[in-house]
Design a protein around this ligand. Structure first.
Ligand SMILES: [Zn+2]
Length: 246
């Protein structure tokens, strides 16, 4: 009678999985960085960190092709993880979650590539899409919120939230934008990295994934958010200068 050791089989499967992954995984595609202007302060606007959050990434990609901001110092990164965007998945089999790989002693490949840009920034604006609405999920999802790691940007974000709600006049109360107050960060997130390195950071969480809000609407919201960020650029400029001096 043939007998096999299930532990040995499991070990062989795990071994083959890791070897296969190592053999099959190519270096992830590195993001394109679009630079406008020069000098300080440097403001980075990025999206597409998670492949299943396409609206702000698509909008930024359109934006950089149509606009020419010579006066301002802006770095745009529309598709942080373009391999994941292509697969419409949070991350790929070959690349760990980019927003959990901002660890100084263990940076991911894309994180390492972006480090020189992020570490020089005076302000980072990080655009994501959540799976639900913050106001209607008992805060389980972060959708339709703005957050910052520095109280010096609080007032400005309140202003942008007010502008968004006025502009879109949402009939569904869940859709209303909220300024999120709790200051916490997930280990390995860009928020944590920026906070540890004293770089002002804004997290934009739209709703969201799986087309819970139609893509067309999310593109409109992305456009308005970027317009408002650029409209308040002068204020960001003076605020980020002040933060830097402190
Ligand atoms: Zn995300």
């Amino acid at each position: 009678m043939n007998s096999y050791n299930p532990y040995l089989v499991a070990i062989i499967i795990i071994f083959l999985f890791y070897c296969g992954k190592k053999l099959l995984c190519k270096k992830p595609l590195m993001p394109e960085i679009y630079k406008f202007g020069s000098g300080k302060p440097i403001i980075v606007i990025m999206a597409g960190t998670h492949g299943n959050e396409p609206a702000p990434a698509r909008y930024l990609s359109k934006f950089v092709r149509k606009n020419d901001h010579k006066k301002n110092t802006l770095d745009f990164i529309p598709y942080v993880n373009s391999s994941a965007i292509k697969e419409n998945r949070r991350t790929t089999l070959c690349q760990k979650d980019v927003n959990r790989s901002w660890k100084d002693n263990n940076l991911g490949a894309i994180n390492k590539y972006l480090l020189p840009i992020i570490s020089k920034a005076n302000l980072v604006i990080d655009m994501h899409e959540a799976w639900g609405f913050y106001s209607c999920s008992n805060k389980a999802s972060l959708g339709q919120t703005l957050y910052t790691n520095t109280e010096k940007l609080d007032l400005l974000l309140h202003g942008i939230v007010g502008d968004m709600n006025k502009q879109f006049n949402f009939k569904d109360p869940c859709m209303k934008w909220v300024k999120r107050e709790e200051k916490e960060h997930i280990h390995g997130s860009l928020n944590e990295w920026c906070t540890n390195h004293k770089i002002p950071y804004i997290l934009v969480e739209m709703t969201g994934q799986n087309n819970i809000v139609p893509l067309k609407m999310r593109m409109k919201e992305s456009e308005m958010l970027v317009r408002l960020f650029l409209h308040y650029f002068v204020l960001f400029k003076s605020i980020s200068n002040k933060i830097k001096q402190n």
